[in-house]
Design a protein around this ligand. Sequence first.
Ligand code: F6P
Length: 493
Amino acid sequence: MAPSLGWIGPGRSGALRAADAASPRVLVVSNRLPVTVSLHGGIVRLTPSAGGVATGLRRIHSRRWIGWSGMSAQVPPVVQREIDARLNDIATCGVALSDADITSYYTRMANSVLWPLLHDRCPETAAESADWETYRSVNARFADVVLRERSPDDLIWIHDYHLMLLPRLLRERRPDARIAFFLHSPFPRLSTLATIPWAAELVDGLLGADAVGFQTQSDLRRFARASRALAGRPSEWTAGSGLVADHDRGVRLHVTPMSVDVAAFASRADDPETRRRVLALRAGGGPLLVGIDRLDPTKGIPQRLEAFGRLLESHPELRGRARLLQLAVPSREAVPAYRRLGRHVETMVAGLNARFGTPEWKPVEYTYGSVDEQGLAALYRAADVMLVTPLRDGMNLVAKEFVASRKDESGVLVLSRRAGAANELTDAVLVDPEDLEGLMRGYVTAIAMGSAERRARMRRLRARVAAHDVHRWASQCLHAAGAADRAAHPMVS
Ligand code: F6P
């Protein structure tokens, strides 16, 4: 589910374009690097990382990218030197995390507490102060590495919920630094956020930035309210932007929905190898429904399967014909909720296949694993119906990758109203993922849609995504940071 590594490194084209004109030298900072390092019999291997931040941002040209390599720092010094050298060769720089850091900061604080909370779900693990302390200390370690790697004219661009304290930590040490932050996940309701004791500190952490970007207007509004209610900072907002007064500075808020590299997906969809694989995928005939997600509790995979079962139950004419191909990319396997979800999904798939399957027809093909670029392109291109039905999602780039891949102007997108992408992709069949009957009716609408309507909808979807690709997103985010003029607003004059 990820591209090859040839793109990474300084001096590549296809980069910031408009933002380059403002000449920020961009230092990207995210928890995970675009590559994940692993050791196989003493050999260091670099593979592309999965997930929205890595996949989307790897298309953006940065001077350097700082993040965690995905490996424990507890390796022999000679191996560590090789890892550092390999990362350096592709203009990335690793932040060392011990096994204890990974458990406490990444598995527990970031992914068992913050991730569900940001998605307005109740964390299943109680937040522990020890994990919060590790979260703080890891953010401080990132600050040390950023300050070591930074050149004075760099724009520091920080991503996502793992590093919410980092803007403030940097601001305290370098008041003149230019800092942008982008939150890829949703921002929660005040009542949800306030259930953890460190809510005000998280909000204050982000307010160290010059500009904070959000996926949707509702995320921005919730953050502006939380700044006022939890951190006591005056805030105001309007459609698409806002301002929070942070002492003598103004922090600019902006809504800039993330996107994908449209040209890259379009050209991959035309690749001869992709076409060959599409033919293989379509060999069964009958409507092909496709789902592609990280195996994550927010993605709504059990609901999607349940609705598919209801479809087969209530539409016998689809039995023996319709197929659901679900790819679940392994993710955060140390978090108990993810492991439980994996077992639950496998049980559901086995149940559906046992109930409806025949010797000639397997209704659900489930793969737990990753596919390469062509494999991904082939899935997008083969789908009659693409199911993107998260319970809640900051954006969901799978929806946009699907649209970008459909140069043939065919295929129907069934999209959750609770994904950020639903604000833009209004020509999808929009569904509520928790209303299982409604979800099932969404499948029926998509399968039955006539070719003229399919084409008309896909044409409009493609026009939207093409006009708002990942390069434009990056330009707008960086422009917002560059344009965050401290004295320009009456609130902070
Ligand atoms: O999209 C949210 C996110 O946490 C990203 O920050 C990350 O790229 C992706 O999910 C994958 O998650 P992880 O880094 O935990 O494997």
